[in-house]
Design a protein around this ligand. Sequence first.
Ligand SMILES: [Mg+2]
Length: 222
Amino acid sequence: MLLIRALIFDFDGLILDTEGPIYHSWLEVYEAHGVALPFELWVKTVGSSNQAFHPQHHLEAQLGRPLAQEVIDRRVDRRVELVLAQPLLPGVAGLVDEARAARLKVGVASSSSRDWVNGHLGRLGLLDRCDCIRCRDDVEHVKPEPDLYLAVIDCLGVPATEAVAIEDSPNGIAAAKRAGLLCVAIPNPITAGLDLGAADLRLGSLAEVTLQQLLDRLSDNP
Ligand SMILES: [Mg+2]
């Protein structure tokens, strides 16, 4: 029987489907310039940072000139517009409530900035329901390195073996497993076709299970 004392959620693509909006905001810019945006390059950024693939620098290299500041600003506005239209992903709020009721700790580990994550969590009513949030501002290396998960379990005072990470991307799953956590994969349309096989369990959505069912399924998949 597993002793689990903490659930640690990824943010982008797991709590909120920001991955689709971010991708589509760049795809629109690429299409407007008649340049292809290769999906296999794009997915390197998912769950990590622009260090793996920088969409602006890549497009500028293809064009042989810098993008106009107006284009860059409009892309950021478009991303925000598309993200704000997204609802919380199914089952997230319910699982957070169940975890808190069961006296589990709730954490968030995100490769994005603190402003981005805290801003959206606050808007969605989740900020006060998290015991600890660690973002790229808090660590030297983002996912797939384990730093973010190690920082959250340290903050929560829970050993890695008693924490479950919930992730949507290969980079996030790799980070959780390198930190020694159990990991549940919940793919979204951007990550559904990627290799999520390093996770201990894969579900279609968090709405498919109660907290107890989630823990039972993890126990069944040692
Ligand atoms: Mg993610």
